[in-house]
Structure formats: structure tokens, C-alpha cells
Design a binder for this molecule. Structure first.
Ligand code: MN
Length: 730
């Protein structure tokens, strides 16, 4: 992955670009390109990239990408100038005078798309998409320049702040890559996707990249052997043919592994061989030859020549098994189909296609017009974003109901999405699902051709679970789940919302007295346009208001108006029977060590000691509310000492848990059975009913350390009916 910008100077880069332009364009055009470079580099002269390099590097790189795509001289001029109107004193009038109306319009179009539309807010994203589509329908070159602009920004995204990186990467994956795909510009699409995955899911990306490179030499050799074998045979029956071999892109493999849930070893088309011939008849001849040479995998043959994809892609695909027992994909197409596959709409300029090319382009543009028209009817720009997102993802999944009806759901949909796609009521009543007759987990991702049966319950009051919000893939399913919670579970939402606020406040060290809290929450409800505090709780409870997103605002308010300067007094501590040997106090030998009752530290917790008067050192969790955040400025800083867990710490500790659950028979038995199976001792347990058919369980258990406790909590959380499990004493 390229993570650094070039080491070359702008002048060197321009010399290279110019040499390529001289081959591609006439003298007059090159002169205009010279002028564009001169104007742009002067205008950007005071500006730097995030990488610290001269800004002009960016427009130069964008122009270079466009030259690769075979775009015309005007596009190159516009690329060099694309950020001048937005970022410098240059005006459109000046550009129009120097470079003509067309180039000025291109720059204007790119500028209007927003230099980098960072917002992930759906509405604003929709607005950008609308602008983009409008610009596209006027002059498609605008969007190709914008794609090149985004591609270079993605290549150099390392220099941005992490959150911005993710925002841009997500937008790239959801909007720009699909548009590149729709316009058929394969190289741009694949690189955009790979870069986006690199930033959005770096662990998976590295994993796949490692797996690909572990295929290593033997893989390369395997590919090359087969390529040669095929070349020999193909040239016997076809005069002119080109055979390419390649390993597929990270994103292609990522999609299959993470969205279709396949193992790396199950992906047949990591290896791909491409046969490019002159005529359609030769394509079919080569297909016959391939199936003669190798054993084809059943169900993998696709004829995109007789039925092209929506983006005009044409090719024959088949997967065959090599002599080594390794499957690989073969794509067979004509030169013209190959141009379309690689450059898509850009092929129109690259190959100066005649009338057929133009009609080809008309068909592509028809798609944009159609989207714009649909949007007019929908009257809501957000519709168009969801259209882009879902419509452009190439493969929908087609699933059958037991009666044989076909339901189309987006790629990667779970049985939950399927249930809600049939009918909202089916989703709300779902208790489980069967796929091809077998019971599957609720997060099971459906695949094309499967028969999915949704199991429902007629029991009133039974509804979706909150976890489904994280499992469902489609926004329509999530919206329906949320609205169920909003309408059906107001009381529960209020409790949930309130609990969430308390949790977040603790986590963020927000401490308020009761009166302060009331005032604070009223202010917050007002700020969020909620009619009452209960409304605020309820909205947070069903997910209509995201508390996490609100936290920066809350912290600001708190720091401004409520934050106390004085540290709170340390509460009394209690000597624990466990020996003091588990903790080492820095710089002090044989000190009496006690564990504070307020936060009950466990081995593994980050801890700190406080020298008490005459009772030794009391040990607190570092994030205990009784420990000042800023120790250096605490009232008696010298009394806070560093402590750490030592080898003897592997003893038994008590931890108190507070469990909220839906009341049901056998719940207590389930919990105690689980703990017995994990060899966890229960010291005491009590339970009482709270409102809405829920109960609160308080229990103390004995564990060995934090890791152990986390395990126990994780397992309890999975028990049916458990709403939350919390460790007491924060
Ligand atoms: Mn730019």
C-alpha cells in the first residue's frame, strides 16, 4: 500500500506529465496544458498538503490519473485547475477567458461537488450526490475528474486525522466506488475499494493481504504455468489472442470472506485468467476449449455476453479446476469488451469510439437520468442516497420463501432483513429462522437460492430484540425495529435511556448532585427538542437519539458549568482478608494494603494507591470516581502512590454484579447452573421485581481476576432474557 506521497519535485512531475501529454495531444493542447500548470502552481504556491508537500502535487497527480484513463486535453487542464476556484483567488471568469467555457465549466462542476464532502450526515451526503448526478448529466467528464481527485486523496489519506480518514473511506466505499463501478471504470473502482477497506477494516485488510502474499511464489508459478498452457492451446484455434493472469483484488476477496462468509480457501476466484480475442465467436470457441482442457466447476458459468451487466460489462466467466486441484476463474472477452470492462465510460475518450461508443454512452447516461427522475418523484434527496447505495451494489441476493416467492435483499442480508423484507409484522414476530430446513442463528446471512422460513410467535408483547439493530444489514429493517421500540416499549425505553445516560456519565467522569443532574438533563432535553425529560430518555432508549454522538456536547456543557475543581474526599476503606501480597507499592516495603470498597479493584485493573493516615495504603481503580483525574494537581499529591499487581495476585476476589433481566421462570436456575459450570462460587444472590416485568438481581461472586470476571459477565449476558450485566463499585 502506497502511504507516502512522491519524492519528486513539482517541476519533475510536470516534466513527466508533459512528455506523456505530448504523445497524446497536439501542440496547441499541450500549450494550454502548460498554461494550466503555470496558473495552478502560481495560485497554489503558498499552500501545502497535509503531508507537508507543495499543494500542486495533488492536481498534478489527478491529471496523471486522468491521462492513464485516456481522458482528453480539456480534462487534463481542468484537473490541474480543479482546486483553484475553491482554494485560491482565481475566479471562474478568469478561467473561462484563459481556457474557454468548457474547461471553466468542468472546474465549476468539480468545485460544486464540494472539494471533499466530509459529512457522513445522510442528508448532506444526499445533497452532494444530487449535485454529482446533476453535474454528470451535463458533462460526464466532471465526475471522472472527481473520481480521479478522490482516488488521489484516498492514496494519501494517511496524512489525515483517523476519524476523517474513516469518514472519507466510508463515503468512498458507499458512493464513489459504486459510481466508478457503474461507469465501468474497473481500475479506479478496485483501487478505491481496496483503499477504503484498508482504512475501514485494517485488520481484515492486512489479514487478506498476508494471505494473498502467502500464496506467494507457488501461486504465481501456478498461475503462470496455466497461463502458458492456455496460451498454447488458444493460439492453435485463434489467430490473435492475449492471455493475462492475475490475483484478485483485496476488496473482492474481502467481500466474499466477510459478506458471503466464506473461508479464504473456499474462494475460487483468487486466481483469474483472462483471454482477450477479436470476435464473439472466438469467445465461445475459447470457452469450449477451456472446458475441454479443465474440469469446470458446476454452477459457475456466466454468460455476460448475451446478457450484459447493467454497467455494460460483457464477458464469459467460468471457473475450472487446474491440474494441481486448485480452481481458478477464466474470463473470456473481445478487445472491445475489454476496453469497456477496464475503462468503462472513459473508453469513449480513450479510444475515440465512433457511433457505437456514443450510443453506449447514452445508455450509461440513461441510468443517471433515470435516477434523477426517480428522485423528482420521491421528493426526498435521501431516497437517492439509498438508491445509489443499494442499486449500485452489483449483486443482490435472491432468496425464496417456503411458498416459492422470490424476495430480493441486498448482499449480506441476515434472516432478520429477510423477515422484515417480507412484512414488518413478520419481522416483529420473528423468533427464529430455518434455512433449507435447518434452524440457523439470527445473524445468519442468506445466500442466493436458499429457502428461508421465518419462525414466528403469536405471543403478544413479543417483539424484536435490541441486538437486532446491530445485526440487521438493511436500513429499512433497522428503521422498522427502531419504530417498534419507539411505539411499543415506551416505559422500557425510558428505563433503558436513563440507564444508558448513567453509564455514559460514569464512563466520562461526569459527577452531578441530584439537583444538578435534574437541571442538566432538562437542559439537554430542551437542546434535543424533546417535550420532556422522559421523552429524551425514551428517544435514547430506542435509539432515535444517539447518546454517544451527544457526548461531546454533554462534556462541553459539563466542563463549562458543573465541573468541580476540588477532588472529592476519599471514602472510607475496608481491609480485605486477602493478603497484601498481591500488590506492590512503589518505593515502600511491607506496607499494609487495603482494597477500597468504593471500586473493588481486581487483579488486572489499572490501580493507584492512597496513603491513609495510619491505615496503610488503600488501593483504588485508576478510574474510580474517588481518584482525582489529575493527580499532579490533587490537594495532597504526595499521598498518591504508584501500585501494581504482582505475581501473588492470582487469588480469589469477590465481585458484585447487578443484573437486569426480563422476569421469567428458571432464570435464577440458568444463571446458577452457568456459574457452576464455570466453577464460579456464588457468595450471595438476591432478586427483586422492578417494573415492566423486569427483575433486578444483585449477586456477589468469587473470581480470580478481571479477565475471569469479564468471561463470566460475557456468558451471563448470553442467557435468554438478560438485559444488562454490570459490575458494581465503579
Ligand atoms: Mn482536489
Amino acid at each position: 500500500m502506497a502511504v507516502s506521497e512522491t519524492d519528486k519535485t513539482p517541476a519533475e512531475l510536470y516534466d513527466e506529465l508533459r512528455a506523456r501529454c505530448k504523445k497524446a495531444f497536439d501542440k496547441k493542447s499541450v500549450k494550454q496544458i502548460d498554461l494550466a500548470y503555470e496558473v495552478a502552481s502560481k495560485a497554489h504556491s503558498a499552500q501545502l498538503r497535509y503531508s507537508g508537500q507543495p499543494y500542486i502535487i495533488h492536481p498534478l497527480a489527478v491529471a496523471d490519473i486522468l491521462l492513464d484513463l485516456g481522458m482528453d486535453a480539456q480534462s487534463i487542464e481542468a484537473a490541474l485547475l480543479h482546486d483553484t476556484v475553491e482554494d485560491t483567488n482565481i475566479t471562474l471568469e478568469e478561467l473561462s477567458e484563459l481556457f474557454g467555457e468548457d474547461v471553466a465549466n468542468l472546474v465549476d462542476g468539480v468545485t460544486k461537488l464540494g472539494r471533499v464532502p466530509l459529512s457522513t450526515k445522510e442528508e448532506q451526503q444526499a445533497e452532494n450526490v444530487r449535485k454529482m448526478l446533476l453535474a454528470m448529466s451535463h458533462d460526464i467528464r466532471v465526475i471522472i475528474i472527481k473520481l480521479a481527485d478522490r482516488l488521489h486523496n484516498m492514496r494519501t489519506l494517511d496524512f489525515m486525522a483517523p476519524q476523517k480518514r474513516r469518514d472519507i473511506a466510508l463515503e468512498t466505499l458507499e458512493i464513489y466506488a459504486p459510481i466508478a463501478h457503474r461507469l465501468g471504470i474497473r481500475a479506479a473502482k478496485e483501487e478505491l475499494e481496496d483503499l477504503a477497506i484498508h482504512f475501514l477494516d485494517p485488520i481484515a485488510y492486512d489479514d487478506i493481504a498476508k494471505k494473498i502474499s502467502s500464496v506467494g511464489e507457488s501461486g504465481v508459478e501456478f498461475l503462470e504455468n496455466n497461463r502458458r498452457r492456455i496460451e498454447e492451446r488458444v493460439l492453435e484455434i485463434v489467430k490473435k489472442a492475449r492471455i493475462d493472469a492475475r490475483i484478485k483484488s483485496v476488496h473482492g476477496i474481502y467481500r466474499k470472506m466477510y459478506m458471503q462468509n466464506k473461508e479464504f480457501s473456499e474462494i475460487y476466484d483468487i486466481y483469474a485468467i483472462r483471454i482477450i480475442v477479436e470476435t464473439v465467436a472466438e469467445c465461445y470457441n475459447c470457452l469450449g476449449l477451456m472446458h475441454d482442457m479443465y474440469k469446470p466447476l458446476p454452477g459457475r458459468f456466466k454468460d455476460y455476453i448475451s446478457t450484459p451487466k447493467k454497467n455494460m460489462y460483457q464477458s464469459l466467466h467460468t471457473t475450472v479446476i487446474g491440474k494441481e486441484g486448485i480452481p481458478f476463474e477464466v474470463q473470456i472477452r473481445t478487445t472491445e469488451m475489454h476496453r469497456t470492462a477496464e475503462y468503462g465510460i472513459a473508453a469513449h475518450w480513450k479510444y475515440k469510439l465512433g457511433i457505437s461508443g456514443k450510443s453506449n454512452m447514452e445508455e450509461r447516461l440513461a441510468w443517471i437520468r433515470q435516477l434523477l427522475e426517480e428522485q423528482k418523484e420521491a421528493g426526498d434527496v435521501r431516497e437517492i442516497v439509498s438508491a445509489i447505495k443499494s442499486d449500485l451494489v452489483p449483486d443482490d441476493t435472491f432468496v425464496f420463501t417456503p411458498k416459492g416467492d422470490v424476495i430480493t435483499v441486498p448482499y449480506g442480508s441476515t434472516v432478520i432483513d429477510f423477515a422484515y423484507a417480507i412484512h414488518t409484522a413478520v419481522g416483529n414476530k420473528m423468533t427464529g429462522a430455518k434455512v433449507d430446513g435447518r434452524i440457523v442463528p439470527i445473524d445468519y446471512k442468506v445466500k442466493t437460492g436458499e429457502i428461508v422460513e421465518i419462525l414466528t410467535s403469536s405471543q403478544p408483547g413479543k417483539g424484536p430484540s435490541r441486538d437486532w439493530l446491530n445485526i440487521a444489514k438493511t436500513s429499512s429493517a433497522r428503521t422498522k425495529i427502531r419504530s417498534w421500540f419507539k411505539n411499543e416499549k415506551r416505559d422500557e425505553n425510558i428505563v433503558e435511556g436513563k440507564a444508558e445516560i448513567e453509564r455514559e456519565f460514569k464512563k466520562n467522569y461526569i459527577h452531578l448532585t441530584e439537583e444538578e443532574y435534574e437541571k442538566f438533563i432538562e437542559g439537554l432535553a430542551h437542546h434535543q427538542h424533546c417535550a420532556s425529560v422522559d421523552d429524551l430518555y425514551a428517544s435514547i432508549g430506542y435509539g432515535g437519539i444517539s447518546l454517544v454522538r451527544l457526548m461531546p456536547h454533554i462534556k462541553d456543557e459539563y466542563n463549562k458549568n458543573y465541573k468541580k475543581q476540588e477532588p472529592q474526599p476519599v471514602k472510607k476503606t475496608e481491609t480485605r482478608r486477602v493478603s497484601t501480597g498481591g500488590v506492590t507499592v512503589e518505593g515502600i516495603d511491607s506496607m499494609l494494603v487495603k482494597f477500597s470498597k468504593c471500586c473493588n479493584p481486581l487483579p488486572g485493573d489499572d490501580i493507584i494507591g492512597f496513603i491513609t493516615r495510619g491505615h496503610g495504603v488503600s488501593v483504588h481503580k485508576r478510574d474510580c470516581s474517588n481518584v482525582p483525574e489529575d493527580l499532579a494537581h490533587a490537594s495532597e499529591p504526595e499521598r498518591w502512590v504508584k501500585v501494581s499487581w504482582n505475581a501473588q495476585a492470582k487469588q480469589e476476589f469477590r465481585a458484585a454484579l447487578q443484573i437486569t433481566a426480563l422476569s421469567r421462570i428458571g432464570l435464577m436456575a440458568d444463571i446458577s447452573m452457568l456459574l457452576a459450570s464455570m466453577r464460579v462460587n456464588i457468595n450471595d444472590i438476591s432478586s427483586r421485581d422492578i417494573k415492566d416485568g423486569r427483575s433486578l438481581l444483585l449477586m456477589t461472586i468469587t473470581v480470580t481476576n478481571v479477565e475471569h470476571l469479564r468471561n463470566v459477565i460475557g456468558r451471563i449476558e448470553k442467557i435468554d432474557g438478560i438485559l444488562s450485566v454490570e459490575r458494581q463499585g465503579f
